[in-house]
Design a protein around this ligand. Structure first.
Ligand SMILES: [Zn+2]
Length: 246
């Protein structure tokens, strides 16, 4: 499988839940509010035997030339947005779901020919909770879209080679994915497994819905991944978007 990280840049985030761009060469982390986290935002394209998958959709921001950053990043990677066949959504926090619809046309899905795989209970939860973690107005048009495949089981399969599981760790209905093709396994843990260092060092994150569970899952996945030679994708890792056990 071919993996393409689509970096939207680095950001700091603090209690206000605003994503503020952070440029290593121009900004100083110490000058950001106490408790700020430095994160990358990067959706992934995975090209398999049958599909061009997109894993989460980024912030949905526009770049300086008024093009949607997600579209621009896809084109720069040699992929037409209309070529994406499936969008797998881990959860609907705004830094993962901002690009589900077009930034200038929130009533249109951003990927015109893709099926979007979304956990139904996560969608309902997004509307129950709302701002600032979720932006319902960016999600509303999915409700009746024939492009959406609603997942409502805790666990299941998509086309016999993708597995999903609801973990209830980072958020109550967060789901993770395994993609198996040609003897390879790619694991996308999204915010349950956001950065490489969190796989290596045990800690409970304050921002998780069930931090202990997330920590325990990371330990299990890291162990199993090492045995079975998984490739991990880290959505929020500034330096290590992809890690493969050899
Ligand atoms: Zn999240």
């Amino acid at each position: 499988m071919k993996i393409i990280p689509l970096s939207e840049g680095s950001f700091t985030i603090d209690k206000t839940k605003l994503f503020v761009p952070f440029d290593e060469n121009a900004h100083d982390l110490q000058s950001r509010p106490v408790g700020s986290l430095l994160v990358e935002i990067q959706p992934f394209v995975v090209i398999t035997s049958n599909d061009i998958l997109l894993l989460d959709t980024g912030l949905g921001f526009d770049s300086s030339d008024d093009k949607m950053q997600l579209h621009k990043n896809l084109v720069e990677a040699g992929i037409n947005p209309s070529d994406i066949t499936k969008v797998l959504m881990s959860h609907l926090h705004k830094d993962h779901a901002g690009g589900v619809t077009k930034s200038n046309h929130r009533d249109e899905p951003c990927l015109p020919n893709a099926k979007y795989y979304i956990q139904k209970r996560e969608f309902d939860f997004a509307f129950e909770k709302g701002m600032p973690s979720f932006i319902p107005s960016e999600l509303e048009s999915l409700r009746n879209s024939d492009q959406v495949i609603w997942l409502d089981e805790n666990e299941g399969e998509i086309d016999e080679y993708i597995r999903y599981r609801v973990t209830g760790a980072h958020s109550p209905f967060h789901q993770v994915f395994w993609i198996k093709d040609n003897g390879e396994t790619i694991f996308f843990g999204a915010d349950d497994a956001p950065q490489l260092q969190q796989m290596k060092h045990r800690f409970v994150a304050k921002y998780d819905y069930d931090g202990k569970k997330a920590m325990e899952l990371r330990r299990q996945w890291w162990e199993q991944g090492e045995q079975e030679k998984w490739t991990f994708l880290f959505y929020h890792d500034v330096k290590n978007p992809v890690f493969k056990f050899q």
